[in-house]
Design a protein. Structure first.
Length: 180
């Protein structure tokens, strides 16, 4: 496991702990702060995991320049009749990158009817509502719990696609190893 993968795992554990602290909190402002922290850390953990996988996968020789550009979130342009990856950022949707990795690495279409996929889309939407608010977002303990479960299940799906085995920490679910 790389240092960056360990960091992703730490973010996930911190997210679980903040969810637990939200559940234990009796004060509304504290509960909201813990829920916000949990949600943001959960999606940060997923983005870190996807970035780690993408970095390794871009070394493959069977990926096109456009596929590498998608994974690295870099702009691709045509120069002298050949596509090149620039250093310029070209953001890609997190769900697109997850789907691409699952399909490309498993060799089969992603079943978007699976519950984890719908939960992931909801989690991303909720995080976006908090990150780019246009109204006051309704962030509930249940919604954050579902988002965190979706992230864990996405880790598991990526692990199955890449390594053909389950994500080891998935069996712990929302139980955290952290105590603070």
């Amino acid at each position: 496991m790389s240092e960056f993968d360990a960091f992703s795992g730490e973010l996930l554990e911190e997210s679980k702990r903040f969810l637990k602290k939200a559940a234990e909190s009796r004060e509304n402002h504290a509960k909201n702060a813990y829920l916000h922290a949990s949600l943001m850390l959960a999606l940060s953990a997923l983005e870190a995991r996807v970035n780690s996988i993408a970095e390794v996968q871009t070394r493959r020789t069977d990926l096109s320049v456009h596929e590498r550009g998608l994974l690295l979130e870099k702009e691709v342009y045509l120069q002298d009749g050949e596509f090149q990856i620039t250093t310029k950022l070209k953001m890609s949707r997190l769900d697109d990158r997850v789907e691409f990795l699952c399909v490309r690495l498993s060799g089969k279409p992603l079943d978007k009817g699976q519950s984890w996929w719908g939960q992931l889309i909801d989690a991303i939407r909720l995080r976006n509502d908090l990150t780019h608010p246009k109204t006051v977002p309704k962030i509930t303990e249940s919604a954050v719990s579902n988002a965190l479960t979706a992230v864990i299940n996405t880790f598991d799906a990526l692990s199955l696609a890449i390594y053909k085995k389950r994500y080891p920490a998935a069996r712990r679910g929302l139980t955290t190893k952290l105590h603070f």
